[in-house]
Design a protein around this ligand. Structure first.
Ligand code: KG4
Ligand code: ZN
Length: 339
């Protein structure tokens, strides 16, 4: 079965073709021009998706060495994400499905991330404890099978990636901040500054807003003239902040491993590219004798291969969409409630 995946929820246009689980192409075009604005500008993002999607589709067919008529199933991200950006991929997918007379599946972007671990050679086994950490979401989920996903906890304020991006901005590291904070952390001392790790009522919930404010207060107090901050001090702030994030994430993961029967631990989403987070979770999985599957870096960030893969799973379970499927900006309130 040959599946086309389209992803355009934020600042990456991606087109992928997978056949019987094998990735034939996975092209990702990143909109680096947002850098100068310090964050993604929604209208500019939509326009760039519009320019990129058609040439990227043609290139993906070339790379996969197939004709468009060989596509058996068309899929696109429907949400959550920037509405104008989502509409580009979603409508492109619908039009293609209509013209090729092939089924269409609208995919939840978060489900795409969750199942991205199945793109790896080492296959996860259910039940999976899945930590989703991206620029917009932080969720801890129990994935029982293809269709049963139960939310154990989520962030009550900022997402982990958002906190990385904001702290990077505070110390002048630019956007997107996650990879920069990681780079600086590697040269810094994680114990240099004690930043708080939130302890919340919701057993598996997260909060990063207090941590972010605490970093801001520290900088304001120690460096009233920000220009005076040295590279070494930036590294120590980055390392101490990253250490607090690793602790916040791993504390909840550890609790869930102890309280639920799981076979596999997985961390997915853009922030799953972070080395310290990966290492900590690998360590935890080893300690509790669990399998761990983390996507390669290419599949942590937004990509269409994960959308195509998820669509394939839904199709196997007889779930298809119609051409009235709508784009949705936020994760629905009832998403991932036990059924
Ligand atoms: O999943 P993703 O590509 O897009 C969303 O769906 O949000 O995640 C993007 C987020 C950004 O906040 C970025 O700073 C963060 O992932 N990120 C990282 C790293 N690489 C990307 N955060 C920490 N360490 C990294 N190495
Ligand atoms: Zn994402």
């Amino acid at each position: 079965m040959t599946i086309l995946g389209l992803e355009s929820s934020c600042d990456e246009t991606s087109v992928s073709i997978i056949r019987d689980g094998e990735i034939l192409s996975n092209l990702i075009s990143s909109q680096h021009f947002h850098l100068k604005y310090g964050g993604v500008v929604p209208e500019l993002s939509s326009r760039a998706h519009l320019q990129m999607i058609s040439p990227l589709f043609k290139k993906a067919l070339e790379e996969a060495n197939i004709e468009k008529e060989e596509i058996d199933l068309v899929s696109a991200t429907a949400g959550p994400g920037l509405i104008g950006a989502l509409l580009v991929g979603l409508n492109f997918g619908k039009a293609l499905s209509y013209s090729l007379n092939k089924p269409f599946i609208a995919v939840n972007h978060i489900e795409g991330h969750i199942f991205s671990c199945f793109l790896m050679e080492e296959k996860p086994e259910y039940p999976i404890l899945s930590l989703v950490v991206s620029g917009g979401h932080t969720l801890l989920l129990l994935v029982k099978d293809d269709l049963n996903i139960v939310k154990l906890g989520s962030t009550i304020d900022d997402a982990a990636g958002e906190a990385f991006d904001k702290v990077a901005k505070m110390i002048g590291l630019g956007y997107p901040g996650g990879p920069k904070v990681q780079e600086y952390s590697e040269k810094g001392n994680p114990k240099a500054i004690k930043f708080p790790v939130a302890n919340l009522k919701g057993e598996y919930d997260f909060s990063f807003s207090g941590l972010k404010t605490s970093v801001l207060r520290y900088i304001q107090k120690e460096y009233p003239i920000l220009e005076k901050i040295t590279e070494d001090e930036k590294s120590n702030i980055a390392a101490s902040f990253q250490d607090a994030v690793v602790k916040a994430l791993s504390n909840n993961v550890k609790k869930a491993i102890l309280n639920y029967e799981i076979k596999t631990l997985s961390v997915v989403g853009g922030v799953a590219a972070n080395k310290a987070i990966r290492n900590k979770l690998i360590q935890l999985a080893k300690k509790f004798n669990k399998k761990i599957v983390i996507p390669d870096i290419e599949f942590c960030g937004d990509n269409a291969a994960m959308i195509a893969y998820r669509a394939g799973k839904l199709f196997e379970n007889n779930i298809i969409s119609d051409l009235n499927a709508v784009a949705f900006p936020a994760l629905p309130k009832n998403a991932f409630i036990a059924n």
